[in-house]
Design a protein around this ligand. Structure first.
Ligand code: M6R
Length: 609
C-alpha cells in the first residue's frame, strides 16, 4: 500500500529513487512521483499511472541532485491523478513529503489549516501533513516533526525533505512499515527491503512510534517523542537476485515454480533426522502450555485466510483442538469469545497487513498468547507476536500470493502434527506416516508443475468465460476458494467457490451450457458424493475440469477433462491441488493480456484498514 524511497549520498538521486520505486511497485501503481533537492530548490515530478509514465517525464526534465524522496501510490483518499500523486508540498514549497498510510484526522486538520490561509491542491490526507509542517515549523526540522507527530492520528510512514535542511531526511513510522538502509557515506529510506538491496544489506527496521534523522554519514533513531533509541543492525540474508524475475516473464510464474524449493526450505530443520518427528524449536511456550491449549483462533486476510481454513481442518483432525478461522477485518469488532488458554494464530505473508495486525493487537490486549506465521523476518507481526514460525518462501513480489500460501500450509501442517505428537492424539504410526509424507512434498510440488502445458491449453480455450465455478468438499472446498480468488484477482473472470453439496441450494441456477466448473475430488471419503455433485452440473451442460489422484480412472467418465495429481496423502492434497489452480489463473490472465504481477486496483501489502 504505497511504496516510499528516500536517498541521501553521492549518487544521482533520480537513479536510486526510480530503481527503488520499481522494486516497490508491487505496493501500489496508481501514480508515482519524485522530489529532489538541488541548489536550494525542491523539484517535483509526478505522473498518473505506472512508473513508466514518470520515467518518460524525467527524460526531458531530469530530477537532479543527490538527496530526494519518491513514492508509488495505491490510492485511498483521492482518486488516482497527477494532483493526488505524491510527493506533496506546503504553500511555500519549503517541504516535500511522501506518505504511506491514512491520516485519520485529516479533515479536521484541513479545516483548521484552511482557516489559517493554507491552500490545498489535492484531495489527499497526505497534503495536510505538508501544510501542518509549514504551520508548526520553528526553524528546527527535528523538533517540528516531533510536534507534527503529536497532531496527527492514524497510520503513517512519512519521509520529509526540506530545502532549509539539505543535509537530512526525516522519516517517521507509526503502523506502516519503514526501514533505513545503511550504506557507506550514503543512506536510504524505504518501505521494504528490495528497494535498497542493490546497495546494502544492513538495515534498521524502525519500530512503531519511531523516527530517524538520516544524513549522508549517519543515522540517528528516536521515539516519536524525540527520545534517542538504540537500534540493532539487521542483516538481510537474501540477495537482490532472488527478488528479480530470473528469466521468467512474470514474478508470479517464477514464484509458482519456486514452490518446491520454498516448501523444502520451510520444512528444513523442522523434521527430525529420521523424518518422523516434528521439531519446532522456535516455539518458546512450555510443554504444559502445548497440552493446555483448548481453543485456537486463526486470524488472517485473503489468501492467508484461505490457508487458515486448511489449518483449521488439519489441526482439528490431528490434534483435536477446536479452531475458528477469522477474517482480520472482522475479528476485532466482534468481541470474540476466548478462554484463558486460547491460542491466537495470525497468518500474514507480509507481516504488515493492517487488519491482521489489528487482530494480533486485539488478542494481545485480551491477554492471549499469539503465534505468528509470516514470511518476513522483522515484520510487525513477527515482532509483536509471542512466537513466530517463519515461512522460508523468500521474497514474494507478485500481488497474487502463491508460494506464500503453500509455505503457510506447510507451517500449519507442522504445527498440527506437533500438537498431535505432544498431546498424543494420534496413533504414533499414523502420525509418522503423515510426517514422513510432509517431507516428500517438495517432490510432489515438483511433479505437479508438469501439469502446466495442459492448464495453459485449457486457459486458452476458456479465457473468454464470463463466470467460472470451483467446487469441492472438505479440504477441496478450502482449496477451491483459493483457486477462485486467484482467478478473479488476476484474470478478472468472475469466479465463485462452492462446497460441492451446497450448489443445489441456489447456485445451480447459474450453471448453463459451457460454463466452466473446476471440480476437485481428492478426498476419498467424500469422493462418491463429489462425483454426484459433478453429475449435477454435467446434467446442466457445464464444461467440467476435474482434479483427481493419478490412477483414478473413474473420474474421467464423469467430467470433460482431468488434471491428475501425483500421489500423496489426501490430508496433504491442498499443496498439490492448489498449484494447477495457480497456473490456471496465471495462464488465463496472460491469455487475456492482463498485467499479471500488478492486477488492477490491488496492492501487495495492505497496510490500511
Ligand atoms: O501479507 P498478507 O498475507 O497478510 O496479505 C493478505 C492478503 O492481502 C493477500 O493474501 C491477498 O489476498 C493476496 N493478494 C491474494 O493473492
Amino acid at each position: 500500500m504505497c511504496g516510499i524511497v528516500g536517498y541521501i549520498g553521492a549518487r544521482k538521486v533520480q537513479d536510486v529513487v526510480l530503481e527503488g520505486l520499481r522494486k516497490l511497485e508491487y505496493r501500489g501503481y496508481d501514480s508515482a512521483g519524485i522530489a529532489t533537492l538541488d541548489h536550494k530548490t525542491i523539484r517535483i515530478s509526478k505522473s498518473l499511472g505506472r512508473m513508466a509514465n514518470l520515467e518518460d517525464k524525467l527524460v526531458t526534465e531530469p530530477a537532479t541532485g543527490t538527496i530526494g524522496i519518491g513514492h508509488t501510490r495505491w490510492a485511498t483518499h483521492g482518486r488516482p491523478s497527477d494532483e493526488n500523486a505524491h510527493p506533496h508540498q506546503d504553500c511555500s514549497g519549503r517541504f516535500a513529503i511522501v506518505h504511506n498510510g491514512i491520516v485519520e484526522n485529516y479533515l479536521t486538520l484541513r479545516d483548521e489549516l484552511t482557516a489559517k490561509g493554507h491552500q490545498f491542491e489535492s484531495e489527499t490526507d497526505t497534503e495536510v501533513v505538508a501544510h501542518l509542517i509549514e504551520d508548526l515549523y520553528n526553524g528546527d526540522l527535528f523538533s517540528t516533526m516531533v510536534n507534527v507527530a503529536k497532531h496527527i492520528r492514524g497510520a503513517y510512514a512519512l519521509v520529509v525533505l526540506s530545502k532549509d535542511h539539505p543535509d537530512m531526511l526525516i522519516a517517521l513510522r507509526k503502523s506502516s512499515p519503514l526501514i533505513i538502509g545503511l550504506g557507506e557515506h550514503e543512506n536510504f529510506v524505504a518501505s521494504d527491503i528490495p528497494a535498497i538491496l542493490e546497495y546494502t544489506r544492513d538495515v534498521y527496521v524502525l519500530d512503531d512510534g519511531e523516527m530517524a534523522v538520516v544524513r549522508q554519514n549517519g543515522v540517528e533513531c528516536f521515539s516519536l517523542e524525540g527520545t534517542p533509541v538504540h537500534k540493532d543492525v539487521y542483516q538481510v540474508t537474501w540477495d537482490a537476485v532472488s527478488a528479480e524475475r530470473g528469466g521468467y516473464p512474470h514474478f508470479m510464474l517464477k514464484e509458482i515454480h519456486e514452490q518446491p524449493k520454498a516448501i523444502r526450505d520451510t520444512l528444513t530443520g523442522r523434521l527430525s533426522e529420521d523424518g518422523r518427528r516434528v521439531v519446532l524449536s522456535e516455539l518458546t511456550w512450555s510443554k504444559s502450555y502445548t497440552k493446555a491449549v483448548d481453543r485456537i483462533q486463526i486470524v488472517a486476510c485473503g489468501t492467508s485466510w484461505h490457508a487458515g481454513l486448511v489449518g483449521k481442518a488439519v489441526i482439528e483432525k490431528l490434534a483435536r483442538i477446536p479452531v475458528e478461522v477469522e477474517i482480520g477485518s472482522e475479528y476485532r469488532y466482534r468481541d470474540p469469545i476466548q478462554t484463558e488458554n486460547t491460542l491466537v494464530i495470525v497468518i500474514s505473508q507480509s507481516g504488515e497487513t493492517a487488519d491482521t495486525l489489528a487482530g494480533l493487537r486485539e488478542a494481545k490486549a485480551r491477554g492471549r498468547r499469539v503465534l505468528a506465521i509470516t514470511n518476513v523476518v522483522g515484520s510487525s507481526v513477527a515482532r509483536e507476536a509471542d512466537d513466530v514460525i517463519i515461512t522460508w518462501a523468500g521474497p514474494e513480489i507478485a500481488v497474487a500470493s502463491t508460494k506464500a500460501y503453500t509455505t503457510q500450509l506447510i507451517a500449519l501442517y507442522l504445527l498440527a502434527a506437533y500438537f498431535a505428537q505432544e498431546r498424543e492424539t494420534q496413533e504414533p504410526d499414523k502420525l509418522k506416516e503423515i510426517i514422513s509424507a510432509l517431507g516428500n512434498l517438495p517432490q510432489v510440488a515438483e511433479q505437479v508443475l508438469d501439469t502446466a502445458p495442459q492448464i495453459e491449453e485449457f486457459a486458452q480455450t476458456y479465457k473468454g468465460a464470463a463466470d467460472t465455478f470451483f467446487i469441492g468438499r472438505s479440504l477441496d472446498y478450502s482449496v477451491a476458494m483459493e483457486g477462485a480468488l486467484k482467478l478473479k484477482e488476476i484474470s478478472y473472470i468472475h469466479a465463485e467457490a462452492y462446497a460441492a453439496g451446497e450448489l443445489k441450494h441456489g447456485t445451480l441456477a447459474l450453471i448453463t451450457e459451457g460454463v466452466p466448473v473446476i471440480a476437485l475430488a481428492t478426498q476419498p471419503e467424500l469422493y462418491e458424493k463429489t462425483v454426484s455433485n459433478i453429475k449435477e452440473v454435467k446434467a446442466r451442460d457445464a464444461f467440467v475440469l476435474g482434479m483427481a489422484w493419478v490412477g483414478d480412472e473413474e473420474l474421467e467418465k464423469s467430467v470433460d477433462e482431468v488434471i491428475y495429481l501425483p500421489a500423496t496423502l489426501p490430508l496433504l492434497a491442498p499443496i498439490a491441488a492448489v498449484i494447477p489452480l495457480q497456473l490456471l489463473a496465471y495462464y488465463a490472465a496472460v491469455a487475456r493480456g492482463n498485467d499479471v504481477d500488478k492486477p488492477r486496483n490491488l496492492a501487495k501489502s495492505v497496510t490500511v484498514e
